[in-house]
Design a protein around this ligand. Structure first.
Ligand SMILES: Nc1ncnc2c1ncn2[C@@H]1O[C@H](COP(=O)(O)OP(=O)(O)O)[C@@H](O)[C@H]1O
Ligand SMILES: [Mg+2]
Length: 264
């Protein structure tokens, strides 16, 4: 029943200078599933995602891809494996249109000139495959789009390539209720198309609405990675705020993760 993870991190450590941010973190993501990555502010979620995306190479630990150890030292390495990260700040260019943003840095060419028609067609095809209907034209500038539409463009850009893992860092943080709903539906569709999706979110309702598994970071340690169906909101909140909940989570001796994080 359980699918083999496409991404499997083992024992990841990461420091910034003297500050150790990630301690012996295990984390996995499976195709066809949404894995929610939760944790309080400063728990290390963004840092972990940046390690996955090759932005911050980690100090020690193993990065397994399809079960095989790989090196991911740059965003280019990550992209060549099929890893796309939609960062918290989205990094879209306001003055460019949707097509230009989706192909930024990876433009299609026909000889020396940009193949605008091919890029436009592929952009439209990708958006419609994701059932995105809220955009009037793919030639609109990003500056004219709402927060939810921008998020949609950033997600569509991530799946344009032969992506196998898409990581979304707080995609709904700045969105209203209706737009959040649309983004969550999009997140679910990505997984239903067979992608592994990692969703960082603060919102327990969003997490329970859309995820198959939940990984809870506490002070840079993986408190637990569990099936969403096996836990309650209250347990996840406890994992986030104290690193443990009943039998789940880190050992009681604070700061001594002797047994390591529990697996699901
Ligand atoms: N580039 C950096 N240099 C130094 N410290 C950092 C850097 N990035 C993050 N940190 C620290 O790492 C910890 C985890 O941050 P972060 O991964 O952003 O947490 P989260 O996304 O869970 O809120 C924080 O204490 C933060 O200050
Ligand atoms: Mg963050």
């Amino acid at each position: 029943m359980s699918v083999t993870p496409v991404l499997d991190l083992r024992g990841i450590d990461k420091s910034f200078g003297p500050v150790k941010v990630l301690h012996d973190v295990d984390f996995s993501a499976r195709p066809g599933e949404v894995t929610a990555l939760v944790g309080d502010n400063g728990a290390g979620k963004t840092t972990l995602v940046k390690c996955i995306g090759g932005v911050h190479p980690f100090d020690s630990g193993r990065f397994l891809w399809d079960g095989r150890p790989v090196r991911v030292d740059s965003p280019r390495d990550a992209a060549s494996l099929g890893i796309e990260v939609v960062h918290q700040d989205l990094a879209l260019c306001e003055n460019l249109d949707i097509v230009q943003n989706m192909f930024l840095g990876r433009e299609r060419r026909c000889g020396p000139v940009l193949d605008e028609a091919a890029m436009e067609e592929l952009a439209i095809r990708t958006l419609s495959s994701l059932s995105v209907r809220s955009l009037r034209s793919v030639r609109q500038r990003v500056s004219a789009l709402s927060g939810g539409q921008r998020q949609t463009v950033a997600i569509a850009r991530a799946v344009l390539w032969d992506s196998r893992l898409v990581v979304l860092d707080e995609p709904a943080a700045a969105l209203g209720v209706a737009q959040t709903q649309q983004v969550l539906e999009l997140v679910r569709r990505l997984a239903d198309q067979g992608l592994a999706v990692v969703l960082i979110s603060h919102n327990m309702n969003d997490v329970f609405a859309v995820s198959d598994r939940i990984a809870a970071l506490y002070l840079g340690r993986m408190a637990a990675q569990v099936r969403t169906a096996d836990v309650t909101h209250a347990q996840v909140v406890e994992l986030i705020t104290s690193g443990r909940s009943g039998d789940l989570g880190l050992p009681r001796e604070a700061g001594v993760p002797a047994a390591g994080p529990s697996a699901s």
